[in-house]
Structure formats: C-alpha cells, structure tokens
Design a binder for this molecule. Structure first.
Ligand code: F6P
Length: 342
C-alpha cells in the first residue's frame, strides 16, 4: 500500500512524532510506502512531494514543528481543488491519505472523503478544540509552557504589587487559558466562551488588593471578548481565511483596568512560543499512538474516520462527526475554577 501524509494549519508540537509513527508503522508492520505532501493541502494541490522512509524520520520524535511544512489554504481554494487533488493522489498511486491537522484540515479531509478519497484523519491543535476526542496532541505542551511562564510572572507581580495579564492562544476555545490558569493558580481566567464583565474584573482586582493580597494574575485567551457595550475592543476585521484578526484583548483590558482601578497593570502575550519546541512526553506518546492507529485503520480499510482519544484508548470516530462542531469549554468546567480564583 502507498500512504500519503500531510500536515495542515498552524503547526504544533508532536506533528513530527506522528509522521515518524506513520512511517515506522507502515514500513515495519505492513511493508507499505509513505509519501509526504509539502506544506499541507498546498503541496497536494501543487503536486510537491517528498519520499518518507525510516531514514527520513530518524530523530523526529522530539523535534517540534513539522518536517513536511504546513500552510493554511482558503476553504474556497480547497473546494475548487478536489478534482486536482484526486488527480495528484492518483498520479502518485496513493491508496490512503492521512491528513494531520485541526478543524480546517479535518474539514477538508472530510470533503475529500465525501468525494471518494480514502482518508484517515489525525487531530492536532494546541487549542484542544477538536470535538469527539478527549485531547489533541500539542495541548499538553502548550499548557506546560504557559504554566511555566505564568509561574515566573507571579514572582515579579508580587514584588511590584502589580496586576499581570497573560494572553494565551485560544481562538474559539479557552482550554489553554483554563488549564494553564488552574495549574498556575491564576486569580482570573477569561475565555472566549463567556464574554467578560469589566466591572466584575475591576471588582475582583480591587478586592484582592484591599484584603492585602500582593498581586493579581489574570489569564486571558486571545479570543476573549467583553460583554457588548461594556468596554471598547478594537476591530481588526477578518483575514483571508475568514478568521477574526485579533487586536490584543489583554493589553486593551489592561489599559481599561489601570484607568478604572488605578493599579499598575502589565501585559505579557505568550504567542507562538506556546507552539514551539519539543513536545512533552505526554504529547510524544499521544502523537505516536495516533500515528500508529491511523496507519492500522488505513490498512484495515477504515476510511472516512479520525483517530481519537477516549479515556486511555485510541478509537475511530467518523470525520463527519468530528468536524460537526468545535469542542469548547463548558460552563461547568469554567465554574470549577470558582474556588481558586478571585
Ligand atoms: O489553531 C492554533 C493556533 O495556535 C491558535 O491558537 C491561534 O489563534 C492560531 O493558531 C495562530 O495561528 P498563526 O499565527 O500561525 O496563523
């Protein structure tokens, strides 16, 4: 059998571990061949490939990023390119395609699958917002990095009796903010799922200082928004993929907070550091198991599926179900932070 692999969307620690796992499983268990498409769907559309054998994946387990490269492609381009992509896959004799990616990549994988291409998807994203899987790889690494950074901010905030706001990634889902906030003992966690009330935030900050606490740490997901009409937030419009362009919610909140409470506020934006570098051991294992089970599924003819973590087991779920909606933070998960914030 010949398997095609590609990595799409924003990169994430563990992608290389998956590629290695697919290649090792396909070669050693099945005597199959693997071919990589460069830069996600773009490489498939433009017929840019690279052979992937055991030597090519040597040393990849621990390396961040993706050796295949990644890119975002506008959904319209993908829609219009189905026939082209099928042609390229046929030319290379690809029997099954394994796309590794987040919501956009898996939605495209579903489209191709509906068009008759045998596909097994692998979910990745530091945001952890893919539905039907308990976790995606990359998330644990991002949370570990954010937690370490917030731990460091506690001590400097204490020394200066400041409010320190930390902006973490999380476009539609606040999983990183929720977990890093809980893990680092943040006093305030703002997520995209629940618009924040600036009056409440000011009350919390003032109350903490009034009772003699030395500092405030707030974790703010990049996609967090104020309740309509309560605080201005600059509008950055939409990018070419239809995503909202962020304008820095934490720094705008910080300015408003400083103005209203008179407390000194500093803002740290963690940005892409959360996506860089080597994956944690948890993500290496999850990525390796996803790659292994996706390759087994590919050979077993279980197509149109996505590998998913359920408890401790890796199982298959239909791609159609996995991309039907995003997995966001529920009100009850958010409420769990109540006893530890404020
Ligand atoms: O989807 C993962 C993610 O890291 C989001 O959290 C973030 O909004 C986005 O990618 C940023 O992507 P980029 O800057 O690479 O386009």
């Amino acid at each position: 059998m010949r398997i095609g692999v590609l990595t799409g969307g924003g990169d994430c620690p563990g992608l290389n571990a998956v590629i290695r796992s697919v290649v090792r499983t396909a070669t050693t268990h099945y005597d199959s061949e693997v071919i990589g498409f460069r830069d996600g769907w773009r490489g498939l559309l433009e017929d840019r490939t690279t052979p992937l054998d055991i030597a090519a994946v040597d040393g990849l387990l621990t390396r961040g990023g993706t050796t295949l490269g990644s890119a975002r492609v506008a959904p319209e381009r993908l829609d219009a390119g189905i026939a082209e992509m099928k042609g390229v896959l046929a030319r290379h004799g690809v029997d099954v395609l394994i796309p590794i990616g987040g919501e956009g990549t898996l939605t495209a994988a579903h489209l191709l699958s509906q068009a008759g291409v045998p596909v097994v998807g692998i979910p990745k994203t530091i945001d952890n917002d893919i539905d039907e899987t308990d976790l995606t790889f990359g998330f644990d690494t991002a949370v570990s990095i954010a937690t370490e950074m917030i731990d460091r901010l506690h001590t400097t905030a204490e020394s200066h009796q400041r409010v320190l706001l930390v902006e973490v990634m999380g476009r539609h889902a606040g999983w990183i903010a929720l977990h890093a906030g809980l893990a680092s003992g943040a006093h305030l966690t703002l997520v995209p799922e629940e618009p924040f009330d600036i009056d409440e935030v000011c009350r919390l900050v003032t109350a903490r200082f009034e009772r003699g606490d030395s500092h405030v740490i707030g974790v703010v997901a990049e996609g967090a928004t104020p309740l309509p009409g309560t605080m201005p937030l600059r509008d950055g419009g939409l990018d070419e993929y239809g995503h909202r362009r962020f304008t820095g919610v934490a720094s705008q909140l910080g300015e408003e907070l400083e103005r209203r409470t008179g407390k000194e506020v500093r803002t740290t934006v963690l940005g892409h550091v959360q996506r860089g570098g080597t994956p944690t051991s948890f993500d290496r294992v999850l990525a390796t198991r996803f790659g292994l089970h996706a390759t087994i599924a590919a050979h077993a003819g279980e197509h149109g599926q996505m590998v998913a973590l359920h408890g401790t087991e890796i199982e298959l779920v239909p791609l159609a179900r996995a991309v039907a909606r995003l997995k966001t933070v529920s009100a009850s998960r958010l409420a769990e932070t109540g006893a530890f914030t404020g």
